[in-house]
Design a protein around this ligand. Structure first.
Ligand SMILES: Nc1nc2c(ncn2[C@@H]2O[C@H](COP(=O)(O)OP(=O)(O)OP(=O)(O)O)[C@@H](O)[C@H]2O)c(=O)[nH]1
Ligand SMILES: [Mg+2]
Length: 176
């Protein structure tokens, strides 16, 4: 899939309310580890090479303190994270989507919604149906994750976002 696009270089941005686990998810994806405390006083840009569906992909991932317009224009794919124990964080996803739409008014938005901290299912206060309905409304995928649980779902979420970016590129190339 990636070889059909001009480049296998993919730019992602992870967004969501403070404390939802953005840094924890990125670190889990890059290292397979959960370290519990994550620095959040800088913008971080990670560079990572991986293999998705048998193809080499080079991705850059921004974990930013604030959602900067220049970062919104820079990124091709957005991971919108909320915390299943924090209903406000789900509402924040919709607010962020509006902001992204405003900044990228002419461009298609490729995104995936990630429900993080699913290991805290006993503390869940976000109704799954409400989050599913939002994903339908925002026309995006919706994946359950836990940065401190098995790596599988976290890997799936990032890989899937990369696939979506590659698909969006193919569609826009066909239109030209
Ligand atoms: N139980 C549990 N805790 C998590 C999970 N992901 C992150 N945390 C914890 O939640 C807290 C916040 O995680 P961060 O990754 O720093 O969250 P963030 O979204 O990057 O926060 P900011 O950088 O402040 O915006 C930390 O104490 C993490 O250890 C998870 O999946 N399960
Ligand atoms: Mg952080």
């Amino acid at each position: 899939m990636f070889r059909h696009t001009n480049t296998n270089h993919i730019r992602l941005m992870v967004v969501g309310e403070p404390g939802v686990g953005k840094s924890a998810l990125i670190v889990k994806y890059l290292t397979g580890r959960f370290i519990s405390e994550y620095q959040s006083d800088f913008d971080w840009k990670y560079s990572y090479q991986t293999n998705i569906d048998g193809e080499q992909v080079h991705m850059e991932i921004i974990d930013s303190l604030t959602i900067d317009d220049s970062h919104i224009r820079w990124a091709e794919g957005f991971m919108m994270v909320y915390d299943v124990t924090n209903p406000d964080s789900l509402l924040k996803v919709e607010q962020i989507k509006q902001r992204l739409d405003t900044v990228r008014s002419t461009k298609i938005l490729t995104m995936i919604m990630v429900a993080n901290k699913t290991d805290l299912e006993h503390c869940r206060t976000v109704a799954r149906e409400q989050a599913d309905a939002m994903a339908v409304r925002l026309s995006c995928g919706h994946v359950d994750c836990s940065a401190c649980g098995p790596e599988t779902n976290v890997r799936f979420a990032f890989d899937e976002l990369c696939r979506e970016v590659a698909l969006a590129r193919q569609h826009s190339a066909k239109k030209r």
